[in-house]
Design a protein. Structure first.
Length: 82
């Protein structure tokens, strides 16, 4: 969510060069290197799989900590206002 005190601050996901003060003819290419983007996504997917596996292993090795984490998460979800 953009900061309300600074309305012209770009959001973290905004592309550079498209905000205020950019030249009209300075429009960046949509996807300059699809191979590099595909490699980044492949590495990210592998990292997320490894992270999930590590969490599952930690939950099996430390069941008491996993149980308290589950209870804490359930408490947070119960007290969250929609």
């Amino acid at each position: 969510m953009p900061d309300r005190d600074f309305p012209h601050t770009p959001t973290p996901g905004a592309r550079r060069g498209t905000g205020r003060g950019a030249e009209p003819s300075a429009e960046p290419d949509r996807d300059p290197e699809p191979a590099r983007e595909a490699e980044r996504r492949r590495r990210r997917a592998q990292f997320l799989r490894d992270l999930a596996e590590a969490r599952q292993l930690r939950d099996r090795v430390q069941p008491r900590r996993a149980k308290t984490a589950r209870l804490r998460h359930a408490m947070r979800m119960r007290t969250f206002r929609w």
